[in-house]
Design a protein around this ligand. Structure first.
Ligand code: AMP
Length: 440
């Protein structure tokens, strides 16, 4: 137990963290370009927020929440999604009275008690955006374009964008009656959960994971066929804007998404090759949610993308993100005097912005070079007896094995010169100070 993580969770290890940093940087950059600012909300919220916000007939609320009582008997829940908390924060901080549209994004862990499998975890990470205060179909299109642009920048291919409209409460009322009438003769064949949904919210039966329920609703009336005039017009315009941006999509009248708050546009992005859990993102409009959570009516739209699934897809498609940045210099020492000098040198180099380490295990020079190689260091500065005596270092280029002697006072300007930009790789051969070829 002590050395086993809870089921459905993952460790992100030091040798893979650079990929997560790259994802985060890409998220920050793309959101800045589209005008979305980050919002950070608590990891847990009052349970009621999700019951009201996500919907009490959804799988998330019925089966998947991590809820608990705190020491003061407050009913709390680890957030299963990011939209309801964002709306709560928006209202609590009066952001609806500030500049509109309010455009925000978030990135962080979500928690759902599902059956773990490849691509489905109990703790996973989502990147999400939300925009409040505009009902413009062009904004629906912008949100979808942002998601597709994000995948594109990561180099993901073989994506399918599914698009539907789930209408407004008016169209839903009509559709609900039609669907109930359609399912009435087969009511007993629905699973227990869907029998409950039949009365309360039959639309949810469309996203039941039970195959027999899926079959029973398959040829039933769809909401897309029963949109009111204004919802139908909105949906048409979203499609026009998407076509204008050359975004390919497939209409899917059965796409209802697993959360109750969606109205109008609903979308989901699937990727090939990662198994059954192939939805790498989804979202839609939720024009009733702000009011549902106690605010004045305010339209909203957003998406949530699953980062673990995106990483699985990148792996499956063998996309090389080329993001591993090589650290600059390892300082190898042989004795206490060298260590003292190296320690001082290390501090100076770090102050100048270099990524530097030295040996703290009293290893042999050979073992230190091996360590530096494994860690991806571009250079090793060796401070042996001869170098200490001459206030210099033997500088070794790890890629080529080339080695020169360089005086310590020249080391920083020299490295600055050949590394060209800080943070980028070494781009050329050693050119000067070539006066000693001490080999270790
Ligand atoms: P949702 O909030 O259900 O619309 O989910 C949005 C996206 O989050 C999905 O398309 C998945 O990519 C991802 N996702 C949802 N649930 C999980 C999970 N249990 N494990 C991993 N990713 C998930």
């Amino acid at each position: 137990m002590l050395t086993t993580r809870p089921r459905g969770t993952n460790d992100i290890l030091p040798n893979e963290i650079h990929i997560w940093h790259f994802l985060e940087e890409t998220i920050r950059r793309i959101c800045a370009e589209y005008g979305y600012k980050e919002i950070r909300t608590p990891i847990f919220e009052h349970t009621e927020l999700f019951i009201r916000g996500v919907g009490d007939t959804t799988d998330i609320v019925e089966k998947e929440m991590y809820s608990f009582l705190d020491q003061s008997n407050r009913q709390l829940t680890l957030r299963p999604e990011g939209t309801a908390p964002t709306v709560r924060a928006f209202l609590e901080n009066n952001l609806q009275n500030q500049l509109l549209p309010g455009k925000v994004y978030y990135f962080g862990p979500m928690f759902r008690y599902g059956r773990p499998q490849a691509g489905r975890y109990r703790q996973f990470h989502q990147f999400g955006v939300e925009a409040f205060g505009s009902n413009d179909p062009a904004l629906d299109a912008e949100i979808i374009i942002l998601a597709m642009d994000f995948y594109h920048r990561l180099g993901l291919k073989n994506l399918t964008l599914l698009l539907n409209s789930v209408g407004c409460p008016e169209c839903r009322k009509k559709h609900r009656q039609l669907l109930q009438a359609y399912l009435q003769p087969v009511l007993n064949e629905l699973c227990d959960t869907c029998q409950g949904r039949y009365k309360k919210n039959p639309l949810r039966i469309f996203d039941c994971k039970n195959i027999s329920c899926q079959r029973l609703v398959l040829n039933g009336p769809t909401i897309a066929d029963n949109l009111c005039e204004s919802c139908s017009e909105h949906f048409k315009q979203v499609q026009i804007f998407l076509r204008e941006a050359n975004i390919t999509f497939q209409l899917d009248p059965y796409l209802v998404r697993g959360l109750d708050y969606y109205t109008h546009t609903a979308f989901e992005i699937l990727v090939e090759g990662i198994g059954a859990q192939n939805a790498i993102g989804g979202g839609g409009r939720y024009n009733g949610l702000v009011e549902e959570l106690g605010g004045k009516p305010l339209p909203g739209i957003g998406f949530g993308l699953g980062l673990e699934r995106i990483l699985l897809a990148l792996q499956e498609q063998e996309v090389d993100l080329q993001v591993k940045e090589k650290p600059h210099l390892f300082i190898a020492t042989m004795n206490l005097e060298g260590k003292l000098k190296g320690f001082k040198l290390q501090a100076e180099l770090r102050k100048a912005g270099f990524k530097v380490e030295m040996d703290y295990l009293d290893r042999s020079i050979k073992a230190q070079l091996k360590y530096a190689g494994k860690q991806g260091y571009q250079f090793v500065a060796i401070l042996g007896e001869r170098e200490i005596a001459s206030e210099s270092a033997a500088l070794k280029v790890m890629d080529t094995g080339e080695q020169i002697n360089i005086s310590l006072v020249n080391l920083i300007p020299y490295l600055e010169g050949i590394l060209k930009f800080k943070g980028t790789g070494f781009q050329g051969g050693l050119e000067n100070d070539r006066n000693d070829k001490g080999i270790y």
